[in-house]
Design a protein around this ligand. Structure first.
Ligand code: ARG
Ligand code: ASP
Length: 710
């Protein structure tokens, strides 16, 4: 009896230690009371205040995707290694591969510019629902969208902003509310430092999405500004940006249950879907996308294993494809294990019992989702086929090009953009290998897809062996794969061929690959795309209603809008987890654990000599914790998603304690069904970051810029 009471007590404290549903809060609407109850010592205004310096002034969206934060008075930026990856790669040469060797500027003059890379500050946030939904009461469908867009334009025009600012108006709660964000974009962003991949990507795909983790996933950049500290294009005369605020870095030991919050730009979540939608993701679309990538990855791996050149060429592509492949597998597993669909159904029954009107909405949603399901499944296959076949991606680009050219839309700027995109694909494209990938995924596609969705002769494509021969032959004679020797080879004669567009288009139209892809695409557009879109318009309207009904009915629940790449705050506690029966995860890993995983010469678990020496000599300086070892990664209950990579994890006083970069396997379904028992975000410990900068890289000049809290 005592035991039961005790565990019931333990359970209830578990339930109350953090907000029951996770949450990604709009920074102007955080639940200050709850944050303080959980241990926060600063106020909500310290986090976000449009009128004065606050933590928001140290947090930026990095190049439209990840998050980064300012950690010195000279605009020094910290983000993940995997967020800076492409830029680190772009400065690499065969003689000096910065991904392999790492890079550390000796001083500011040694920092490397990255044309095109931007960072965005959010300087103000306002709820503008009234303005945006004015006059929309009796509208629906296209009329409603038009009125909303007009209102957004009118709102933007009426605001007084500086020349370097823009306004973005975004829907929240499926269009029940609207928020305006004032954005300042800086454009001169230079690479300052990055550890070698053997630290920054340690564990690579094997450890990706997995805890316990041992990755030093960080890199550093610096924001440059004009002489008035305002945004400017790259110029050697620009000066390091002086921020309104930068994050002090704490190297205090962490304890389980310490309060923490994460401030950043989560990309996309769908927490408020009806059970039927979750069921379709779990049983249909996720498995379809996984199946295509299974085949693509396996085919690439066969060649990457035996050919070092292919290994290098495909490293980034492989990692990208594997990342979400692995995430979806974890997501499906997690949704099943956590009984997500059943729980959603029970939740819906609860809502209906309080508000019977909701039944109609759910029934209508169920009907629409069922109607959409076959089209959605086809869409999942189709888009994954195109995404995982460079050959089809190329054919698709040329297909669009032909249409744009014929519509008279190909001006010099568009041609340059297309050429750049093509060059980017050709750079890491192995046409022979890709023909193989394409042949195999086409066979899967033809076998899994209802005949009514496919062009007439597609039946033949069910045979993989036949496809392999066919694709290889076609790719050898196509002008767009780079395999022919003649002058019509676009990959090799790009400038020359684009100089005479009329002839180019005539020839492209005769290309067998472009014709094949064209048939494939036309059939997709006619049989599927239109239907998906039309049904989605209905679903969106119903989902908006369902969202409003959930909010009206479930008064005990604190609602937050799904992630949509806007700035958010999430909070929780430093914590390990108990993901399975008899399995307990600690919250912190250490350098000794990095060494435990070390496999000399392995592409995922090799380590630099110098790091091993530091470990052997225990040269840890001030970066060890009470165990005498250097802490490397830690987990907490912050509710994060893709886009939160690079986000600062802060302590009760607003000091930086970690750098967010991943989630743990058992909780990857958090985008659809956040479960506080299983979901953990994974961060690099600030002690490990500083240890690598100071002891491994000897970059003391960077440490000296920072404000370290001991
Ligand atoms: N899973 C993390 C995220 O979604 C990290 C990905 C980068 N690391 C990798 N091994 N691919 O972005
Ligand atoms: N790794 C992710 C990112 O790049 C973060 C996550 O999905 O947890 O944003």
């Amino acid at each position: 009896m005592k035991r039961i009471l005790l565990s019931a007590f333990a359970l209830s404290t578990v339930m109350t230690f953090a907000q029951q549903y996770g949450g990604m809060w709009i920074p102007t609407e955080v639940n200050e009371k709850e944050m303080k109850e959980l241990g926060m010592k600063i106020s909500a205004k310290d986090i976000f205040d449009p009128t004065k310096a606050s933590i928001k002034d140290a947090v930026v969206q990095f190049d439209g995707g990840c998050t980064a934060e300012i950690i010195s008075g000279k605009g020094l930026l910290l983000t993940n290694h995997h967020c800076g990856y492409d830029n680190i790669q772009s400065h690499s040469t065969v003689e000096n591969d910065l991904l392999t060797n790492g890079f550390w500027a000796k001083d500011m003059n040694g920092e490397l510019p990255n044309p095109g890379v931007t960072v965005d500050f959010i300087t103000d946030i306002k709820e503008v629902t009234k303005d945006i939904l004015a006059g929309t009461d009796n509208l629906s469908g296209a009329d409603l969208s038009k009125k909303i867009n007009d209102n957004i334009d009118a709102y933007k025009k009426a605001q007084k902003i500086e020349s370097y600012q823009t306004i973005s108006v975004r829907p929240m709660y499926y269009g029940n509310k609207y928020y305006a964000f004032v954005i300042e974009t800086y454009k001169d962003i230079r690479l300052v430092g990055a550890p070698p991949s053997s630290i920054g990507k340690y564990g690579s795909d094997t450890d990706n999405w997995v805890w316990p983790r041992h990755t030093g996933d960080f890199s550093m950049f610096r924001i440059y500004a004009d002489k008035n500290n305002k945004p400017a294009e790259y110029s050697k005369d620009n000066i390091p940006y002086t921020p309104k605020h930068f994050l002090p870095i704490s190297i205090k030991d962490k304890k389980e249950d310490d309060f923490t919050f994460v401030f950043g730009f989560p990309g996309r979540t769908t927490e408020y879907l009806p059970a039927i939608a979750v069921e379709k993701i779990m049983l249909e679309t996720d498995p379809a996308m996984i199946a295509v990538r299974d085949i693509a990855l396996k085919t690439l791996d066969e060649k990457m294993r035996v050919d070092p050149a292919t290994k290098i060429k495909y490293a980034s592509k492989y990692a990208r494809v594997a990342n979400y492949w692995k995430k979806w597998i974890g997501e499906v597993e997690g949704l099943k294990k956590s009984n997500a669909v059943e729980k959603k159904k029970q939740y819906e029954q609860m809502l209906i019992s309080k508000n019977p009107g909701i039944k109609t909405t759910i029934d209508q949603l169920t009907q629409k989702y069922n109607e959409q399901a076959p089209y959605n499944l086809h869409r999942a296959y189709y888009s994954e086929i195109v995404r995982n076949s460079d050959t089809f991606t190329l054919a698709g680009l040329f297909n669009n090009y032909i249409q744009s050219y014929e519509a008279g839309k190909m001006d010099a700027k568009n041609i340059d953009a297309l050429k750049a995109r093509l060059a980017d694909i050709y750079k890491d494209y192995d046409a022979e290998l890709d023909a193989k990938v394409t042949a195999k995924i086409l066979a899967l596609y033809a076998n899994k897809t209802e005949a009514k969705f496919l062009p007439k002769d597609f039946d033949q494509l069910k045979n993989e062996t036949r496809n392999l021969g066919m694709m290889d032959n076609v790719s050898k004679i196509s002008m767009i794969t780079g395999r022919t020797k003649d002058d019509n080879n676009v990959a090799k004669n790009m400038d020359k061929l684009f100089a005479d567009q009329k002839t180019l288009v005539e020839n492209l139209k005769k290309d067998p690959l472009i014709q094949m892809f064209g048939a494939f695409k036309t059939s997709y557009l006619e049989t599927t795309d239109k239907q998906v879109t039309a049904l989605q318009t209905d679903i969106d309207a119903l989902q908006k209603k369902f969202m409003a009904q959930q909010m009206e009915t479930d008064k005990d629940r604190k609602f937050f809008p799904d992630a949509n790449s806007t700035l958010r705050v999430t909070y929780g506690k430093v914590r390990g987890s108990n993901p399975r029966d008899a399995v307990t995860y600690g919250y912190q890993t250490h350098l000794a654990g990095v060494m435990e995983k070390y496999i000399p010469g392995d592409y995922e678990f090799d380590l630099p000599k110098k790091l091993i020496n530091l470990y052997n000599t225990k040269d840890y300086g001030i970066y060890k914790d009470k165990t005498g070892d250097v802490p490397v990664n830690f987990t907490a209950t912050n509710h994060t998603t893709g886009g939160n990579s690079g986000s600062p994890a802060l302590d009760a006083n607003g000091n930086l304690i970690g750098l967010n970069f991943d989630r743990q396997w058992e909780g990857t379904m958090s985008d659809i069904n956040y479960d506080p028992r299983l979901c953990r975000n994974i961060m690099v410990d600030t002690k490990y970051i500083l240890f690598v900068i100071d002891k491994y890289a000897d970059a003391k000049w960077l440490i000296n810029e920072m404000k370290i809290v001991k």
